[in-house]
Write a protein that binds this ligand. Structure first.
Ligand code: FUL
Length: 480
């Protein structure tokens, strides 16, 4: 066996929970930041804003949902309460909410309308509830605030159908003399598990990991198997890291570090966990709407590039689109989303691998033929210890290709460390000369890796796995 074999066997036992897998399979979903800030032109409200400020004139959740569907998104996470404490639903717990706003004479419920629109458009719905609350007098008092927060969670998790993500933000801008609330995270998590067992607890929570920046930067090698405790709320992480080895504690990992899961790094940890990355960024410079940013909406090229790097780099993409004061997505944002979706649909319209013959060494049971179907029902696998197999796809005729999409069978962990892609080219459109030429290379694969290369006309493509943990286990190959 190769040198890392015994250690690698431990690593590949770590795999996603059903709720993590469900979010990973969504790939691309929206963040929507909407509150009094939209009307005050700010990013962080003070908590002292009058409820009367909140008055969208043409609010239309269906317009949001249409735009998200056109982009190819699968869900939406709404800021039901941001740091200023204003609630977008008529909460029984506070007067600082829509019921005291002029919108629909105080009879409206943004959370209701958005969650309904999501369901009727086939989108999943998630909630952002800011733990930091600048309006609530109980904030900073410990248990009384936890009670308040849990009561609000209960309203959101029992009144609006199925929730796919409860997104907790770690931000707190209280200064040195500010209030200090010690959150009872364990209690929040237990409540969510009880009320919405299928929901992932994202960012300040155990299920989905913040990518470490808000600009859309992605890592070249994104691992989902990380040391235990990493990436959770600071207090929770501290607790579980205490149980970890002294060597690991010496290196306090920050969310934005480049290497979170190489073998070298994991060797110092005694526990491992599945921790999928979520890239969260905004379509505009800010999280909230500012008219002055109307001409600063990300371009279609920029959005497509962002999608390839995140979704095609073993991360989900949580893209924020802030509604304007009308309560609508601005025309520029809508146009960019629609064009992005169209571009991606065209690029991935026909999978050339579906008509190819596929050959690879297998373990006698798990043939590479199944790689044509995008599902976790079956998978391709060589013998344990065969950590560098080659997979050859032969097309019925030479075709122009420029994209390779690979998916590991992550119910059996993340395994591939390094791979390369070769083609047999047909110079001048003639027959291929039988020689392989490398066109691209990559490191990690995980849930999904997409490699792009200069278009080349070929009838034979070879995927050379150069290193993997134990042996690669793949569920899908796409060639476009
Ligand atoms: C940050 C917040 O402070 C921003 O306002 C925004 O909600 C972003 C997604 O997370 O921590």
């Amino acid at each position: 066996m190769y040198p890392n074999f015994e250690f690698d066997k431990k690593l590949v036992k770590i795999h996603p929970s059903p709720r993590q897998l469900a979010v990973e399979q969504m790939e691309f979903y929206a963040f929507v930041h909407f509150t009094v800030n939209t009307f005050t032109d700010r990013e962080w409200g003070e908590g002292t804003e009058e409820e009367s400020l909140f008055d969208p004139t043409e609010f239309d959740a269906d317009q949001w949902a249409d735009a998200l569907v056109s982009a190819g998104m699968k869900g939406l996470i709404l800021t039901c309460k941001h740091h200023d404490g204003f609630c977008l639903w008529p909460s029984a717990m506070t007067s600082h909410c829509v019921k005291n706003s002029p919108w629909k004479n105080g009879n409206g419920d943004i959370v209701r309308e958005v969650s309904d629109a999501c369901r009727s458009h086939g989108l999943k719905f998630g909630v952002y509830l800011s733990p930091w609350d600048r309006n609530q007098p109980l904030y900073g008092q410990g248990k009384p605030y936890d009670d308040y927060f849990c009561a609000q969670l209960t309203e959101l998790l029992t009144g609006y159908g199925e929730i796919f993500s409860v997104w907790f933000d770690g931000a707190c801008g209280e200064g040195p003399n500010g209030k200090k609330q010690v959150y009872d995270w364990d209690r929040y998590y237990a409540l969510i598990r009880e009320l919405q067992p299928g929901a992932a607890i994202s960012v300040c929570g155990p299920d989905i990991r913040w990518c470490g920046n808000e600009a859309g930067y992605t890592r070249p090698s994104e691992w989902s198997v990380l040391p235990t405790g990493f990436g959770e709320a600071p207090e929770v992480a501290e607790k579980s890291q205490k149980e970890d080895s002294a060597a690991f504690r010496k290196r306090q990992l920050s969310a934005s570090e480049e290497d979170l899961g190489s073998r070298d790094l994991l060797r110092d940890a005694t526990g491992f966990k599945w921790s999928p990355c979520e890239t969260n960024t905004s379509i505009r410079p800010g999280w909230f709407y500012h008219a002055s940013d109307d001409d600063k909406v990300r371009s279609v090229d920029n959005l497509v590039e962002l999608w390839f790097r995140s979704v095609g780099g073993n991360s989900t993409l949580l893209l924020n689109i802030p509604p304007d004061r009308r309560g609508l997505f601005h025309e520029n944002d809508v146009a960019a989303l629609e064009a992005m979706g169209r571009t991606l649909r065209e690029l991935f319209a026909v999978n050339l691998a579906a008509d190819a013959s596929i050959e690879a060494p297998d373990d006698g049971y798990h043939t590479a033929e199944v790689l044509k179907t995008d599902s976790y029902d079956e998978y391709y696998k060589p013998f344990d210890g065969e950590n560098a197999p080659e997979i050859v796809l032969t097309l019925p005729e030479a075709r122009a290709v420029s994209i390779l999409s690979l998916k590991e069978h992550i119910p059996m962990g993340q395994r591939i460390e390094r791979f390369a892609v070769d083609v047999q080219t047909a110079e001048d459109g003639g027959a291929s000369d039988g020689r392989w030429k490398q066109v691209a290379e990559g490191t990690t694969v995980g849930y999904r890796k997409i490699l792009r290369f200069d278009p080349v006309t070929t009838d034979a493509v070879r995927i050379r796995i150069l290193d993997s943990r134990v042996c690669p286990v793949l569920s899908f190959v796409g060639l476009y």
